[in-house]
Design a protein. Structure first.
Length: 412
């Protein structure tokens, strides 16, 4: 439908395009805006062709995103299509933002450009918002790594402390049994004849031998011999020493080359993040104000013409140096009728190649007559979109009806 419309419509004079809800009026309007501006986010077919006032515009969507335009003015193809579109006034701001752009606060006083970060003053104008955000993301990533390392150290230390306590308990119990196990070993040595001092068949018949054996038998009475007791004990002692060594290493906080521990580095990064967040917040406010000012420039540039066009229609529009007022009221509080009329006045004042007015049907008969009369006087190709189940004929206006297909129903 939109493709057919773009192929068949030769736009001149005042045109009224009617159609029921969901007939495609908004899509047609957006397709034309896309052809003139190439702005993303607008609904459009693959290719749109327009012809008006000796100008031909053909825009085609290209694979991978974006579009390519061919512009001819007075039969001569422009070498730089985008420059040619700017030359004829196809400013995306007036088509995309429309009258809502008039709500922009045009105050020249912006947020602070210098903020205090730690003990330093940071000039926000020297850094882009993306650079500030990138630096903050790097700090946050570093904090996550350091926090993970710190958590790992704490978890490992906690596990080691628990293990040390357990080994200490085991050693304490083993130490209680150590003497008895040593006595068992001594008795075993004497009984097996391996003792060089007290052989099993002692020729001297020294009574001390039997007395000594009896002494060890009494000391080991009721005590079970634990195989490899001393080897297990020494192994436990080595295990305790290793765990205590690891605890000592971890307690040092894994210092870096400069001697700073993980927790110290984490505290420093936390402080830098807090400062970075202040910088990003300040840069965001400054960026928003700069973008606001840049957008406002287009609307301030047409201020005098806009106020004059509004006055011709009967609208009392003023600019107080900061914002536009209609009948002394901020535009955010005016009626839908006022917004539709301002949308028309804005495009007329901006000198766009095609004037498009959506929701034309919200105007009463008097306002419709004034707007059409003004459009006829400007001799600018104008498209008025209105919801209607059937075509509407208005004297001096070329009528079209859109319902599946776009059809011309009356010449002006």
């Amino acid at each position: 439908m939109a493709e057919n419309a773009a192929d068949t419509m030769r736009l001149s004079g005042v045109n009224l395009i009617t159609g029921p809800s969901n007939a495609g009026k908004t899509s047609l309007c957006e397709a034309i805006k896309w052809a003139l501006t190439g702005a993303s986010g607008l609904h459009h077919p693959t290719t749109v062709d327009l012809s008006f006032d000796g100008t031909c515009v053909s825009r085609t969507e290209v694979p991978g995103g974006g579009s390519r335009a061919v512009v001819s003015v007075g039969g001569k193809e422009a070498v730089d299509p985008d420059a040619a579109l700017r030359e004829i006034g196809a400013n995306p701001a007036f088509y995309i933002d429309g009258a809502l752009g008039l709500f922009t606060n045009c105050s020249e006083t912006g947020p602070p450009t210098v903020i205090e970060s730690g003990k330093q003053l940071v000039d926000l104008t020297k850094y882009s918002l993306e650079k500030c955000k990138s630096a903050l993301r790097e700090l946050v990533a570093e904090r996550e790594i350091l926090a993970a390392v710190a958590a790992g150290i704490e978890a490992k230390s906690s596990a080691l402390r628990t293990a040390v306590d357990s080994v200490l308990r085991d050693l304490s119990e083993m130490k209680k049994m150590e003497q008895a196990q040593l006595d068992h070993s001594a008795l075993h040595v004497m009984d097996c004849g391996e003792c060089p001092v007290y052989p099993l068949q002692c020729p001297c018949a020294d009574p001390i031998v039997e007395l000594t054996k009896e002494h060890y038998r009494k000391r080991t009475e009721g005590v079970e011999l634990i195989p490899d007791f001393m080897r297990v004990l020494r192994k436990k002692e080595r295990e305790l020493a290793e765990k205590r060594l690891w605890l000592h290493i971890l307690s040092e906080g894994m210092p870096d080359a400069g001697g700073k521990k993980v927790q110290e580095r984490l505290s420093e990064v936390e402080a830098r993040i807090a400062q970075g967040e202040k910088v990003v917040e300040g840069r965001e406010k400054l960026t928003a104000w700069e973008e606001n000012r840049k957008k406002a420039e287009s609307y301030i540039a047409v201020k005098d013409k806009l106020i004059a066009h509004a006055a011709q229609l009967g609208l009392q529009l003023d600019f107080d140096g900061r914002t536009y007022l209609l009948r002394g009221i901020p535009l955010e509080r005016v009626s839908r009728t006022d917004i539709v009329l301002l949308e028309y006045c804005l495009q007329a004042a901006a000198g766009v190649p095609l004037v498009m007015v959506d929701d034309f049907d919200v105007l009463d008969k008097s306002w419709k007559g004034r707007l059409i009369g003004h459009a006829e006087a400007t001799r600018k190709p104008t498209l008025l979109f209105a919801s209607s189940s059937g075509p509407i004929r208005i004297p001096g206006v070329t009528s079209w009806h859109l319902d599946g297909r776009l059809k011309k129903v009356a010449e002006c």
